[in-house]
Design a protein around this ligand. Sequence first.
Ligand SMILES: NC(=O)c1ccc[n+]([C@@H]2O[C@H](COP(=O)([O-])OP(=O)(O)OC[C@H]3O[C@@H](n4cnc5c(N)ncnc54)[C@H](OP(=O)(O)O)[C@@H]3O)[C@@H](O)[C@H]2O)c1
Length: 283
Amino acid sequence: MKIVVLGASGQLGHCLKKVAEERNITDVSFPSEQDGNILDANLLDILFSKENPQFVINCAAYTAVDKAEDEIDICRKVNRDGAEIIAKSCLKHNATLIHVSTDFVFKGNIPQLLSETDPAEPENIYGLTKLEGEQAISDVLEKHFTLRTSWLYSEFGNNFVKTMLRLGGEREQLGVIMDQAGSPTYAIDLAGAIFDIIESNSASYGIYHYSNEGVTSWFDFAKTIFDLSETSVKVNPVKTSEYVTKAVRPAYSVMDKSKIKSTFGIEIPYWRESLKVCLARLS
Ligand SMILES: NC(=O)c1ccc[n+]([C@@H]2O[C@H](COP(=O)([O-])OP(=O)(O)OC[C@H]3O[C@@H](n4cnc5c(N)ncnc54)[C@H](OP(=O)(O)O)[C@@H]3O)[C@@H](O)[C@H]2O)c1
């Protein structure tokens, strides 16, 4: 079975590479952005003709959430138009698409679990363009698995865990938001779930939620990172109202993962356990 990963140079792309190596999944290609630019339909046509993939995993995205508020056009181009271009290429080449989306498609203003069928009401440009990308895919392609995830981190790329470890080494104290709740996701676990879905041979296409198990705040997440890594730094709780960002973020964004677990038999690790694994690998 041939798999092509687009956006391979990003965080999740690196994690897919690592998990493919660990599981000895060899028929996966990771083209560079030059060879797999998702905005270039001709390039994808050439790539898919050459590779003839059964599955295409799209990790490519515009992910700068605050910057997106000022760069609406480029953000929409990558997250909406890029998703549509990939979907059309998958249709043409009879490939199944595994696309990655975000909990930011939800408003997240009430403390209740978010299911795949709950209404999406994005509060920021990034979330809006990711939702438009989801819709563009489902308009074009039946054979897609769209996985919404949240708070991704890993030993690769830029993410909250690596930022905290760096700041913890530089400062004596720092302030972290305490009134936004969500579920961290170790991108290695997500990569594993993606390969599980591929290996399941399932035709239960559609939207699925995936994060690690459990709920926390950015403040508690930071405290746990420092406790587990034995970093001595004082973490001060900060309210969202005291830390103004360009993009509005959900206050409570916890996704129900029952569907992905029951459909594919996927077991999801608790966030603290996965964080321990990541910190061990980072050290
Ligand atoms: N990170 C999170 O906390 C988070 C949370 C929820 C959902 N997600 C979703 O999870 C997925 C993976 O995120 P990530 O953390 O791996 O993001 P990432 O590290 O920012 O990776 C995205 C990659 O896409 C590449 N890219 C941008 N435009 C492209 C194009 N036209 N053609 C090909 N590649 C292009 C980027 O390259 P450049 O760096 O050169 O632009 C980057 O390497 C994304 O769909 C994201 O929306 C992420």
